[in-house]
Design a protein around this ligand. Structure first.
Ligand SMILES: [Zn+2]
Length: 279
């Protein structure tokens, strides 16, 4: 039982991004400072049409975000009700976080973030909103190595700051939305890890990883292939032996999903979603 639970928990709730920053931002001009390793180049996935945007939303957002004993069953659209209350973000003035929020709002075409109200609130006193935490995307296991996804792990969206004492903080929390699909919870976005070869600066190559983690917190919950896979993936090998990888950094497919989530009504059914191909 414990093992099954543990496996399910990992499958449903663990949101990790082991290598995004190392991906080099292929295709979208993401612009990692680190050039791709020799023998590797990156491409972006093809942009999909409205039918497949809906399929991506069915993968990432519409399933219940937990088992039937952990969460309200809700198979409709789930997101923050920014129209009523802007989403509080304790951004701690991290420049790349500010830039990422700017880009998200530019893409959406409207304001969704409240950047001020948590500024002077202690992390422990925050009841709802997104807290940025630098350097905590991984933690030491009992042998002193990285506990979650190996040394390439650089980003994480989760319930809190994970530690040996509080390993459940490495998981996305339960009960983040009510029975009507309104998301309102305390979430952490972790950027950087002391275990990464680039250290806690591993997220700084571009906004890609930060925007990916904001995606999780905003309701692009589960990874989908084509722009939100959580890791680069093999495409093909060039005749000269170069391995070509899909970068899986935020691309048109990601932005189409996020924009459709925030341009449809909360709790809308799959059948009644209005899907627009923005890109
Ligand atoms: Zn992810």
């Amino acid at each position: 039982m414990i093992k099954i639970y543990s496996k399910m928990k990992t499958f449903f709730l663990m949101i990790i991004v082991p290598t995004l920053v190392g991906c080099g931002g292929g295709g979208g001009g993401g612009g990692s400072d680190a050039p791709p390793a020799p023998g590797i180049r990156y491409i972006s996935s093809d942009t999909v049409d409205a039918n497949d945007i809906l399929e991506n939303i069915k993968i990432t957002n519409l399933p219940s975000w937990g088992s039937d004993t952990q969460q309200h069953q809700n198979f409709n659209l789930k997101r923050w009700d920014y129209e009523t209350t802007l989403i509080p973000v304790k951004h701690k003035d991290v420049p790349l976080v500010i830039k990422s929020m700017d880009e998200i709002e530019d893409r959406l075409g409207f304001t969704i973030f409240d950047r001020d109200s948590l500024s002077n609130v202690a992390d422990g006193s925050v009841t709802a909103g997104i807290i940025i935490s630098i350097g905590t995307a991984n933690y030491a296991n009992i042998n002193g190595g990285p506990a979650i996804g190996g040394e390439r792990q650089c980003g994480l969206a989760s319930a809190g700051i994970p530690s040996l004492e509080n390993p459940d903080n490495a998981y996305f929390p339960n009960f983040v939305y009510d029975e009507n699909g309104v998301v309102n919870a305390k979430l952490y976005i972790h950027l950087g890890s002391t275990f990464h070869p680039s250290g806690i600066d591993c997220y700084k190559g571009s906004t890609d990883l930060t925007i990916h983690e904001f995606g999780h917190a905003l309701g692009v919950l589960r990874h989908f292939t084509g722009g939100f896979n959580g890791n680069s993936r093999y495409a093909y090998t060039d005749p000269d032996g170069t391995n070509v990888l899909y970068a899986e950094t935020p691309n048109d497919n990601f932005w189409n999903v996020l924009r459709n989530i925030y341009n449809n009504n909360i709790n809308e059914t799959a059948e009644n979603l209005t899907i627009t191909q923005y890109y």
